[in-house]
Design a protein around this ligand. Sequence first.
Ligand code: GCW
Length: 717
Amino acid sequence: MTSVKFVFLFLSISFSALAQKDYKLWLQYNRITNSTIASEYKNNIQGIVSLGNSETSGIAVKELENGIAGMLGNKLEIKTEIKRENNLIIGSQLSLNPDLQKALQADFDKISNEGFIIKSISFKNKKQLVISGKNDVAVLYGVFNFLRLMQTNKSIKNLSIADSPKTNIRILNHWDNLDRTVERGYAGFSLWNWQKLPDFTDQRYIDYARANASIGINGAVLTNVNANALILTPQYLEKVEALTNVFRPYGIKVYLTARFSAPIEIGNLKTADPIDPEVINWWKNKAAEIYKRIPDFGGFLVKANSEGQPGPQNYGRDHVDGANMLADAVAPFGGVIMWRAFVYSEHDANDRAKQAYAEFQPYDGKFKENVIVQVKNGAIDFQPREPFHPLFGAMPKTPLMMEFQITQEYLGFSTHLVFLPKLFQEVLESDTYQKGKGSTVAKVIDGTLYQNKLTGIAGVSNIGNDLNWTGHPFAQANWYGFGRLAWNPYLDSETIADEWLRCTFSNDENFIKPVKNMMINSREAVVNYMTPLGLHHIMDTGHHYGPGPWVSNLSRPEWNPVYYHKADKNGIGFDRSKLGTNATSQYAPKIEKLFDTAETCPEKDLLWFHHVSWDYKLKNGQTLWNGLALKYQEGVNQVKEMQNVWNQAEKYVDSERFNEVKMLLEIQQKEAKWWRDACLLYFQQFSGKELPAGVEKPTQTLEYFKSLKFPFAPGNG
Ligand code: GCW
């Protein structure tokens, strides 16, 4: 009995200790093993002087204390006065004494309200290090940045950092339903335990807020864009208020999705027509009710007249009418409306890729100033690769915010290791040419191209209640990287991978170099084994798990993969050139020209814009068929290489995370082959050609792949 108990105790201790590593994300605060760096920090930080007294500054101090204790192994005394040298002084601008304020004035002039300063100064002839900002949340950002310098073993000699976020709204969109299922969620159930709220505060809410603050995320939409009106009833608003109170000290604002038909569903009105006075009034009162509880409520995110969601068009009105009506309701309280441009209709015979632009571009300049239009990175739907959405740069008088998808709906769920910042960077760097060379997507969304005041980046969250938050340990890097890019859309994804690896695993160069390389290449690998050369949306339908290029029986044409690849005896690809749907004309002339001819179109987007013959000559001299097959094979090989790299990493990583990633990579390898074999067998029916040398023969028949069914695939409602 005793020994059973003992074993059980031992198991549960070791389990929680290990699980903690996964749980701690990029905030591991491991002991610094590089002795030169460790002593530099020790010598320069002998005490902490905290000048603030808000809840937020308490959080910042505790974070520093814990971070330093973990990384240097010493518990520092927290003081409130500067008496000697080598202090780390933290406090907002106003809390600093006048001399210090003066010494830092030039730096304060450089930063925005959310920006921070980390600076080594000599104060009254004493060496000090100061972390400051214009308010306590900014100071908290500074503290997390300082801790990141420590975690990544950066020297702190003569520090002089003044950094501000480049976008205002840096927000996670949770597609979380009230029953705690998560649409396209692959990391368990929703974190929000509505049943126990408002009285029970799960520690996870705090840890979630802390993790977000550590990367500068300042907003969360708690509910699915496929919205449920009940969230706007007093019973739920009370729960939302409780969450808001937890998030506030971490600088995170709460937003909700507004179901357009809520006035009917929970307001007993007969209509939700946005020009109906009763409807207008209902939303005004609803906004007032929310702001009474939550004075800093962020506003609403709305999916309207898209995939069956109600909207203004149900009443013969348009998106502008709907968005502006809601904008008026929240304007008195400083709220914003994030109105999504993800629209397409089965009644529109137009190429789906053209519909959002066709509908929204003419609305340029018509939205109220607290409306920001949220545009997905590409014109179809979060594919492994899409050319940038033509709306970017095309609405100079309308603030546009980016919508990225962090959850891997179309990229292997939380089973495949795919480092998404690489994808995000590719989009952000794309030049729209809408205002001449250099009109990048990043400049559209940070407002510098057209001087927009309201700016933002949204990421569809990949977080759930799995112990490790995101399902795959490496999917944590996508949450992290999203936050870093929302803060600074010009960051290089390699820098992000480097930081994340050091903070999450180890600073050992022998680990960093190969694993970083693996992360950087992982995105191209998934493109290769799923949708090379511009193919898209050939995932099995509904759940989007695995290949389904053969699917052709769904009611809406644009829900069928055959609509997207158009493979036939003559070739493959979607002709969006002038000779086809002319989607290319939605881009600026320079880009239009580039995309419009197969020869100048970047090969990575070839089949997105062109239907080309199986014998079409690729730049490397291969025929399209051979080139396509070789790309699929390359993807499989890349995953094999990822496995090799990871196996070499064993000695740098704790066994739990090592094994998790190892098993996941094995699944990824199997599924990459599944993708390759299923797609090539299917397309081969049209090409009628043999697989080229170097491409492995499929081990199953096409019929077998077609027979696979996944009625309970996660995330699919
Ligand atoms: O990609 C599609 C998803 C839907 C999602 C929709 C959207 C929330 O398959 O699950 O709905 O996009 O972005 O609105």
